[in-house]
Design a protein around this ligand. Structure first.
Ligand code: ADP
Ligand code: MG
Length: 438
C-alpha cells in the first residue's frame, strides 16, 4: 500500500545489504536489535535518498521513519571530508525536530549508528530549555551531525557573533515531523534555517500526516521531491484497537478511567499514557491518580527540562508506569511496552488524534487507544475523529456517527463554530497561546 509521486524513483531495497550499509551498522541492526529487514517506508525511502533525491515521506507513526532518513544521512556524512577542530566548520547533516524529547531520542540513535558507520562522526544535540553554554562548547569542538529544535538552532547560529557554528557545510537537511513543527508555530524558524542552507542540499521531510498547507511549504523547500506515502493519509496503524467512549457528563470520566486502570493494573508491566489538554489538568489528574494509589507522573511544557527528561525515563524504565501528558508527548515518543493510550480529554484535531494514538501499536506490537468524548462538550472534534477512524478502516460506531452528523448539520446551519485548525489556524498569536498551555 505504497504510493509514490514523482519521476525516476529508484527501486526499493528489500534487504539491509542492498542499502549499502557499513558492516558495523548491519551488525547493530540485525544482530543487536533483531531488525531483520527494512520496514516498507525504509525500503522505499532509503534508495531515493541514497541516490541523492529530495524526499517527502508520509507514513503512520511507528513505521520506522527515523532509520529511513538516518542511515542515508550517516552514509552521506561519512563520505565527506571531516572538519578540523577550530576551523569553524559547521555540521554536514542537520536534523530539525519539533520537541526536545524527540531531539534526544533521534540523537541517541544517531550516536549509536554513527559510531557503527564511522567512529569519527560527531553528533551534537541542541534544544531549548537546557543550558546553552554546554551546547555552544559541543558545537565549537566540531560537529558533523546536529540534531536540534529550530528555535535553539537559531540562537546557536547567532551566538558569539556566528563563531559557534554555521550552515556553510550543510548538505543534508531533515525536517522530522514537519507538520508538527509548523503546527507548533516553528514554521518561520524552520524556513529561516533551511533558506540559509546552500541550495544544492538534499532535503527530507517526514510526517505522519500531510495536511494541504504543509504541501505548499514542502514545495518551497524541496527540489523535485519524490513523495512517498505509505498507507492512507492520517491513518492509525491497524495494530491499535481504537475504542471510543461517549459520556453525558464530564464528571463521569474519572470513574471510567479508574475502571480502565483497574483492569490494566494486574499486568502492570505495560505502560499507560493518558492525554489531557492542558498543563494544569495534567497535574490535577496526576494528583487524583496518586491519591487512588496509582503511581503516575505528569509531563507538559510548563515543567523544567530536567523534570521532563526524568518523567520520560521513569516511564520508559517502568519506575512510574502511568504518564499523564499534554500533546507535547504525542509526537515521536517511542516506548516499546506502551499498550494503552487514553485520550482523557478529546484531541482537538484529527492529526493530533492520530499522533496520540500512534504512541501505542508500534513496530508490530498490539495496543489499545481509548478516547473519551463528552456529548455537548467535544462535539466539534467528533467529525475529525470519525475521519481518522474511516481512514484506518475502523467501523465508526453508530452513536458516534450520529453525533458527527448532527454537529455537521448544525455547522452548516451556522449554529455551531468549526474547531480551530491546528495548522495555520488564526495566526501566530493563537498558536503562541496554545503553546503556552500544552
Ligand atoms: P516513526 O518515526 O515512523 O514514528 P520510529 O522511527 O520511531 O517511527 O520507529 C518506531 C519503532 O520501530 C522504533 O522502536 C524502532 O526501533 C523500530 N524499528 C525501526 N525500524 C525497524 C525495522 N526495520 N524492523 C523492526 N523494528 C524497527
Ligand atoms: Mg519519528
Amino acid at each position: 500500500n505504497i504510493r509514490i509521486r514523482g519521476r525516476d524513483c529508484p527501486k526499493p531495497v528489500l534487504t539491509w545489504a542492498q542499502a549499502g550499509l557499513a558492516k558495523g551498522v548491519m551488525e547493530c541492526l540485525m544482530e543487536e536489535r533483531k531488525f531483520l529487514s527494512p520496514t516498507p517506508v525504509q525500503s522505499v525511502t532509503m534508495p531515493c535518498l541514497l541516490s541523492g533525491r529530495d524526499v517527502i515521506a508520509v507514513a503512520k507513526t511507528g513505521s520506522g521513519k527515523t532509520l529511513a532518513f538516518l542511515l542515508p544521512l550517516l552514509r552521506h556524512v561519512a563520505d565527506q571530508p571531516r572538519s578540523q577542530m577550530g576551523d569553524l566548520a559547521g555540521p554536514i547533516g542537520l536534523i530539525l525536530t519539533p520537541t526536545r524529547e524527540l531531539a534526544i531520542q533521534t540523537y541517541r540513535e544517531a550516536v549509536k549508528l554513527g559510531t557503527a558507520t564511522d567512529s569519527r562522526i560527531r553528533v551534537v544535540c541542541a534544544y531549548g530549555g537546557a543550558p546553552i553554554a554546554e551546547q555552544i562548547g559541543d558545537l565549537k569542538r566540531g560537529a558533523d551531525v546536529v540534531v536540534c529544535t529550530p528555535g535553539r538552532m537559531i540562537d546557536l547560529l547567532l551566538s558569539s557573533s556566528g563563531k559557534t557554528t554555521n550552515l556553510r557545510r550543510v548538505t543534508f537537511v531533515v525536517l522530522d515531523e514537519a507538520d508538527r513543527m509548523f503546527d507548533m508555530g516553528f514554521g518561520p524558524q524552520v524556513l529561516q534555517i533551511v533558506q540559509n542552507v546552500r541550495p544544492d542540499r538534499q532535503t527530507v521531510l517526514t510526517s505522519a500526516t500531510f495536511p494541504k498547507q504543509m504541501e505548499m511549504v514542502a514545495r518551497r523547500v524541496l527540489t523535485r521531491p519524490l513523495e512517498i506515502i505509505v498507507g492512507a493519509h492520517s491513518a492509525v496503524c491497524e495494530d491499535v484497537t481504537q475504542v471510543i467512549e461517549l459520556f453525558d457528563e464530564q464528571s463521569a470520566k474519572f470513574l471510567f478511567l479508574l475502571k480502565l486502570l483497574g483492569d490494566w493494573y494486574p499486568a502492570r508491566a505495560n505502560r499507560v499514557l493518558v492525554f489531557v489538554d492542558r498543563q494544569d489538568s495534567a497535574d490535577m489528574l496526576m494528583r487524583d491518580l496518586l491519591r487512588r494509589g496509582y503511581p503516575s507522573q505528569s509531563l507538559h511544557g510548563g515543567k523544567e527540562q530536567a523534570e521532563r527528561d526524568q518523567a520520560i525515563s521513569d516511564f520508559k524504565s517502568n519506575a512510574v508506569p502511568i504518564l499523564v501528558a499534554t500533546s507535547i508527548a504525542a509526537r515521536g515518543l517511542d516506548v516499546p511496552d506502551l499498550k494503552l493510550v487514553i485520550n482523557y480529554d478529546c484531541p482537538n484535531h484529527k492529526e493530533d488524534y492520530v499522533h496520540r494514538v500512534g504512541r501505542t501499536g508500534r513496530a508490530g506490537r498490539k495496543g489499545t487507544a481509548v478516547t473519551f468524548i463528552v456529548r455537548g462538550v467535544d462535539d466539534k472534534h467528533v467529525p475529525g475523529i470519525c475521519q481518522a477512524l474511516r481512514a484506518s478502516r475502523v467501523p465508526v460506531p453508530d452513536d458516534l456517527s450520529k453525533l458527527s452528523d448532527s454537529f455537521t448539520a448544525r455547522l452548516q446551519a451556522g449554529q455551531a463554530e468549526a474547531p480551530g485548525r491546528g495548522f495555520g489556524g488564526r495566526g501566530l498569536d493563537r498558536i503562541e497561546q496554545e503553546r503556552q498551555l500544552v
